[in-house]
Design a protein around this ligand. Sequence first.
Ligand code: ZN
Length: 280
Amino acid sequence: METIIDYFANISSAHRSAILIGGLTIFFLIENAAPLFDKKHNKWAHSGLNIFFTITTILVNFVMAFLLVKTADWVVANNFGILQWIPMPTLLMTFVGLLLLDFLGAWLAHFTEHKVKWMWQFHVIHHTDQYVDTTTANRHHPGESVIRFTFTVLATFIVGAPMWLVFMYQSMSVVLSQFNHSNVKMPKWLDNALLLVFCTPNMHRVHHHYRQPYSDSNYGNIFSFWDKIFGTYQVVDNTKLVYGVDTYMDKKEASNVGNLLKIPFSGYREPIEYDKEESL
Ligand SMILES: [Zn+2]
């Protein structure tokens, strides 16, 4: 455990980048070997666009990183936050910390982005992808990257998380997000086993169906518990899903970088009203 803590306490930017690129590469290879959907589209243009948004996400996180480091150092120095107030053995503290960081920094951030209109205007860029795959994981408007970063700082503050735990959480979060967006066709037994703890592709894809109520479900990133606890968990046969978002289904509109960057500032579009009786 000490070795793991030491590793994350001193993790270099090069190692953090290697985790991100390594994860993308592995899931890209797996999803191309065993795809769920084998749709004809320009994979390079699609990946290029998503990687552009991945790079802007990395830049935002890099520029704002000092805020996170300062917060984590402050909570430890001042004994502030849940983990600092309740003494626990290191292993238990790590699990509780990861659970809470995932809840506040990812699930709650994501849920809020769907409920607050101006935040949705930024988050919708993530949902405009009509060919969800592992590269979709970090397709975030730079404005959304700032929103998510702010939630991570707040989560660190409330949880009282030391920096090594935040780095461990962020590394897990990147890989899990790449995994649960991947277009891999997984055996049902494996999906069901992983689903007991983690958000699997089978679960998260439902969130990328083009209309409500499905797009307002399965918000989780690392752990599958939160959606089950808060009643936002839905099971849908993935082969029936249509990716995208009802308000931006025009393919050209949804695949142009300049256009996607402008969406948050171009007025709110009302989603299609859904019939409560209708189900997939
Ligand atoms: Zn979403």
